[in-house]
Design a protein around this ligand. Structure first.
Ligand SMILES: [Zn+2]
Ligand SMILES: [Zn+2]
Length: 494
């Protein structure tokens, strides 16, 4: 946009080039997203006051401060609700950063470019690192492992360049929350202790170590099923793979080997459960996921494979939507236009795949290695969960009146969530007595993490029910499951 260079003779009042510069500036102004949009005139005082602060070099202010300034405008002041609208609109046009989220709504970044500076503390090229010392060690460790201790992050931020902006711990904590919200930092997943704050973060975009050969070859022919997403776009932004890895490690806990998290450059290894692990790696336009059982691929449950696939597919769809919205502002309704799914196995140490649509039509395929593969195990990625697979005479939990009065543990919720899948979740949630607004809020908050969304939804239901002095029991879950025709979800493997 700013590609023209103007040479203007400042001593010549009749220099014609100045006219061309004016025209270009007007053109640029016309191209601004907010050009010609009407702005409520009541916003003008606050808008000007914030502009003044920005001009004075202020980068971040508290919400309280904005409300104070607004109040000082006396008869021109806005109601608190109107201030909120003002901030959200300013955020949407990129003038400020303001997130209406519980952990984020106390501060407003009035100079969004300041965030780029904050990121430079740890997302920076090796050539800019200090030659030696503590900071160098922190950056070396981060780039090798992708793990950043919270104390180390604060040490990086205590350098002079960041001190001015990150004046106190409250602001630092706020910025941490923003970076988590933007998926730049990821908190390691620990399903059993949801509420404790993390003392370390994962940074998928910075890790440079490649996945070790030793871990790669653990995915053997007899233990592994594979799925691949072939993106049809010719240019895949590398940020997409970081975001997908980030989403995956939000869903499943990263595996630890020799007390090192298995996070690598464009790859990660996660625990699906105690017997199965998930590998994800991105190579060019293909995203590969493996499900590897301790003993044999025959022991990988179709439910686990299908739920894993659903979570991955959904996360990928949402990330692609995000990029399409950001890049070309077009909304793709048909996701199959954006990628193609292939399924398969490991064959002579390499992935051996066929398009899912082909696999669904046949029992075997012969590959270029001259091997005949059964489609049975790879098709477990898309197992039809709605098929009844309890004994036809199974009466479920219905008759176990004692169990029905018990309260499920966190683990029970995790289990049910994994089983339920995103397709059934909305109806189930509504039948639990939650509202569409509850659902929309969850969906917004955990947009790229469907597992989190469902689990948090369950916890919300539990808290809401118990705050009404009524226990959140298996019985109530069963009623909602019956309403959506899934009454056996509590007996299967539970
Ligand atoms: Zn093969
Ligand atoms: Zn049953």
């Amino acid at each position: 946009m700013y590609d023209k260079v103007f040479f203007i003779n400042a001593t010549n009042a009749s220099d014609l080039v100045i006219g061309r510069l004016t025209d270009t500036l007007v053109d640029i102004a016309y191209q601004q997203s907010t050009w010609g949009q009407q702005m409520p005139i009541v916003w003008v005082p606050l808008d000007l006051q914030i502009s003044d602060m920005r001009a004075d070099g202020v980068k971040l202010i508290t919400k309280e401060k904005v409300l104070d300034i607004n109040r000082s405008n006396k008869e021109f002041s806005l109601s608190e609700k109107r201030v909120e609208d003002f901030l959200l609109v300013q955020n949407s046009i990129g003038k400020i950063l303001y997130f209406d989220e519980p952990a984020l709504r106390d501060f407003i970044v009035i100079q969004p470019s300041a965030m780029v500076n904050i990121l430079r503390a740890f997302i920076t090229d090796r050539m800019f690192w200090p030659k030696k010392g503590l900071l160098r060690d922190i950056l070396e460790k981060l780039s090798a492992t992708g793990v950043l201790q919270k104390t180390d992050l604060f040490t990086l931020w205590s350098q002079r360049a960041f001190k001015e902006l990150l004046g106190n711990d409250r602001i630092k904590d706020y910025v941490v929350q923003v970076l988590l919200h933007l998926d730049i930092l990821v908190e390691p997943k620990r399903y059993n202790e949801m509420d404790t704050a993390a003392d370390l973060f994962l940074v998928p975009c910075i890790v440079t170590s490649n996945i070790p050969r030793k871990i790669q070859i653990a995915a053997t022919d007899d233990k592994t099923i594979c799925i691949a997403y072939h993106l049809k776009e010719t240019v895949v932004p590398s940020a997409l793979s970081f975001k997908l890895i980030g989403a995956a490690i939000c869903i499943w806990p990263l595996k630890k080997v020799d007390s090192r998290f298995c996070l690598y450059f464009q790859a990660a290894v996660m625990d699906a459960d105690s017997e199965n692990i998930i590998h994800i790696h991105v190579e060019g336009q293909r995203i590969y996921a493996y499900l590897i059982n301790d003993k044999s691929k025959e022991l990988i449950s179709p439910d686990l494979a299908t739920t894993t696939q659903e979570c991955l597919t959904l996360a990928l769809e949402r990330i692609l939507q995000f990029y399409h919205r950001a890049i070309c502002k077009q909304n793709f309704q048909i996701m199959s236009d954006l990628f193609e799914i292939e399924v398969g196995e490991i064959c002579n140490g390499e992935t051996c795949l066929i398009p899912l649509l082909d696999a669904q039509k046949r029992k075997h395929w012969s590959c270029k290695n001259g091997k005949k593969h059964e489609t049975k195990y790879p098709l477990n990625w898309v197992f039809d969960k709605n098929k009844e697979h309890c004994d036809p005479n199974c009466e479920g939990l219905e008759k176990e009146t004692k169990t029905l009065l018990l309260k499920p543990t966190d683990q029970h919720f995790v289990h049910l969530t994994k089983y339920l899948g995103i397709g059934d979740f909305y109806n189930f949630f509504i039948h639990l007595g939650m509202t569409k607004t509850d659902y929309d809020n969850l969906n917004f908050r955990y947009f790229s993490n469907p597992m989190d969304m469902m689990l948090m939804g369950m916890f919300q239901w539990r808290d809401k029910t118990e705050s009404d002095q009524s226990p959140a029991t298996f019985g109530k879950l069963l009623e909602a499951l019956k309403a959506i025709g899934r009454q056996h979800y509590l007996c299967q493997g539970g």
